[in-house]
Design a protein around this ligand. Structure first.
Ligand SMILES: [Fe+2]
Length: 247
C-alpha cells in the first residue's frame, strides 16, 4: 500500500541526501578538499557547462509537462507555481530583480578559472556528460511527477549544500574571489524554495502506489545520471576509475 505522500517525499529527500554524488562522489570530494589541480578543475567546469548553460530550458520543460492539450484549472495552478523556478534560472533581472541568468553566472565562474566564453561554448563533451544531460532532460519531459522527483527532489534538495561546499573550496583552495562565486551563492539561497514548491506539488501528485514507484524511479534515474557524469569526468581528467557508490 502507498505511504502518505508527505512520508513519501521525506523518504525521497533522505535517499538523495545519502546517495547523491554531489555530496559523496570522489570527484567532488577531491574538489572540496582542494586536491584537484587547476587543469582538472577547468576541464570539469567545462563539462558541467553542458547542463549548467542550459538550465533555463530544463526548468521550462517542467512547465510544459504540466497538463495537456486541454489543461484543467489545477494544471493552470501548477503551471503558475512553477513560474518562479523558470524566472530564477532565466534571470530575475528580466523582471526588475537583480540576479541575472544562472547560465551567465556560470560563465563568470568559468572565466575566473581561466576558461573563456569561446572555450566554454566550444567544449567537446564526453559521452558520459551527454548521457547525463539527455537523461535529466528526458525526466523533465516525461511528466510533472518525473520532472519534480528527477529535478527538484533529487538534486535541488541537496544542491545548496553542494554549492556551499564548492564556493568555500573555490575561494580557499583555488583563489577565486567571492564576487565571481555568485553562481554558487545564488543556489545556496534559492534551492530551499524550489524544494518546498516541489514537495507541495508532489503531496498531491504522488498518492498511489504506481505514482510513488514512478517517482522513486525518477529520483534514482537522476542520481544515477549525475553519477555517470562524475565517473566519466574522473576517468577522463583524473585517470581514475571510481569505487562503486551506494545505490
Ligand atoms: Fe540554477
Amino acid at each position: 500500500m502507498a505511504t502518505s505522500s508527505l512520508e513519501f517525499c521525506k523518504a525521497l529527500l533522505q535517499e538523495a541526501k545519502i546517495t547523491h554524488p554531489f555530496l559523496h562522489h570522489p570527484l567532488y570530494q577531491r574538489i572540496y578538499q582542494g586536491n584537484a589541480s587547476k587543469i582538472e578543475l577547468r576541464e570539469i567546469i567545462k563539462q558541467q557547462g553542458c547542463f549548467y548553460l542550459d538550465t533555463l530550458r530544463h526548468a521550462a520543460w517542467k512547465i510544459i509537462s504540466v497538463g495537456g492539450y486541454t489543461p484543467t484549472l489545477e494544471d493552470l495552478e501548477r503551471q503558475r507555481a512553477l513560474i518562479p523556478l523558470v524566472v530564477s534560472e532565466g534571470g530575475e533581472d528580466t523582471m526588475g530583480g537583480k540576479t541575472t541568468a544562472h547560465a551567465f553566472l556560470f560563465m563568470r565562474l568559468a572565466e575566473s578559472l581561466g576558461v573563456s566564453k569561446e572555450e566554454l561554448f566550444s567544449t567537446a563533451y564526453l559521452p558520459t556528460t551527454v548521457i547525463e544531460k539527455d537523461e535529466l532532460f528526458l525526466l523533465q519531459r516525461s511528466s510533472i511527477l518525473e520532472a519534480l522527483c528527477g529535478g527538484n527532489i533529487a538534486t535541488e534538495s541537496i544542491h545548496s549544500d553542494h554549492c556551499q561546499r564548492m564556493a568555500v573550496a573555490m575561494e580557499k583552495h583555488y583563489g577565486i574571489p567571492q564576487r565571481n562565486l555568485e553562481f554558487y551563492y545564488v543556489h545556496v539561497e534559492v534551492e530551499t524554495d524550489h524544494e518546498d514548491r516541489a514537495v507541495q506539488l508532489l503531496e498531491k501528485l504522488a498518492v498511489s502506489d504506481e505514482e510513488q514507484s514512478r517517482g522513486l524511479l525518477a529520483l534514482r534515474r537522476a542520481i544515477t545520471a549525475r553519477r555517470i557524469f562524475a565517473d566519466g569526468a574522473c576517468q577522463a581528467f583524473i585517470g581514475e576509475t571510481v569505487p562503486r557508490m551506494p545505490m
